[in-house]
Ligand binder design. Structure first.
Ligand SMILES: [Zn+2]
Length: 260
């Protein structure tokens, strides 16, 4: 039997559940709230029940409102749907393997970083460190040699130095901050996930996603986020790096086949 639709289906369901965890964790993490305890409506304090917590579906059935009438942010179904879709894709690409399981971990880490950076302009160091370490194991699993994670580490150094140099030059010309320290660390952690062979693809795609996300950001976030602590014109670049990293992980084998 063809495993492909099964992998897609299970990946989607698993991803939807993980996405609902990501929606909660990415809200509580920057606010330093504990991860324990059931979610409550911030307006009326009602503890959310099972019917409120079905990923993607609940939000639509409740018409984006709590029973008290307070609106529920579209961030939840969007995060759940994105995580579901990405989990389905990586599981379909890597199958029932350790690499497949680690790729689902990648989706969770990357979604957390995307949401937290998008909403708060921070990339938690802890997430970046875990991302890097899981990446080393993943690279070893995919290529099957001990040399592969070492090369992945080298790729991380290359990415870090390239971006550091580019940022340095841009800052000299513009006299404004361009890439933040969090972005540089994130690029380093992307090394083992991307590998040496398609490094340029990561840089190109993070530029493309950067432009797309910037347009989206201006549409959604600019009026609300243009507060004192966010400098004018600032925009989080972490989500673009993360999206490019995921695209590279999904496309690596295809691209290598194309050029072999
Ligand atoms: Zn309520």
């Amino acid at each position: 039997m063809n495993q492909f639709p099964v992998l897609l289906g299970i990946g989607f369901l698993l991803g939807a559940i993980l996405g609902s965890f990501i929606g909660m964790a990415s809200y509580r993490w920057p606010r330093k709230e504990s991860w324990g305890g059931r979610s409550k409506c911030p307006t009326c304090g009602r503890t959310l029940g099972v019917a409120d917590l079905v990923p993607i579906v609940s939000w639509f059935f409740a018409r984006a409102k709590c029973t008290c009438g307070a609106p529920i942010s579209a961030r939840y179904p969007v995060i759940e749907a994105a995580t579901a879709l990405l989990s389905a894709l990586v599981l379909a690409e890597f199958g029932w393997t350790i690499a497949g399981a680690l790729a689902v971990v990648l989706v969770v880490l990357v979604m957390l970083i995307i949401v937290i950076d998008w909403e708060n302009f921070i990339i938690p160091d802890k997430l970046v460190i875990i991302l890097f370490l899981v990446g080393l194991v993943w690279r070893w699993q995919v290529e099957g040699t001990w040399l592969a994670p070492l090369l992945g580490l080298g790729a991380g150094v290359m990415l870090f130095l390239t971006a550091f140099l580019a940022a340095f030059i841009v800052e000299r010309i513009n006299e404004t901050e361009s890439l933040g320290g969090g972005d540089l660390k994130l690029l380093f952690a992307a090394g083992p996930w991307v590998g040496f062979q398609i490094l340029p693809l990561l840089l190109i795609l993070s530029g493309v996603f950067g432009i797309l996300f910037y347009l989206l950001w201006r549409k959604i976030n600019l009026p609300a986020k243009q507060s004192a602590d966010v400098p004018f014109g600032a925009f989080p670049y972490g989500p673009a790096i993360c999206a490019a990293m995921l695209a590279c992980v999904l496309l690596e084998q295809w691209v290598l086949k194309l050029f072999s």
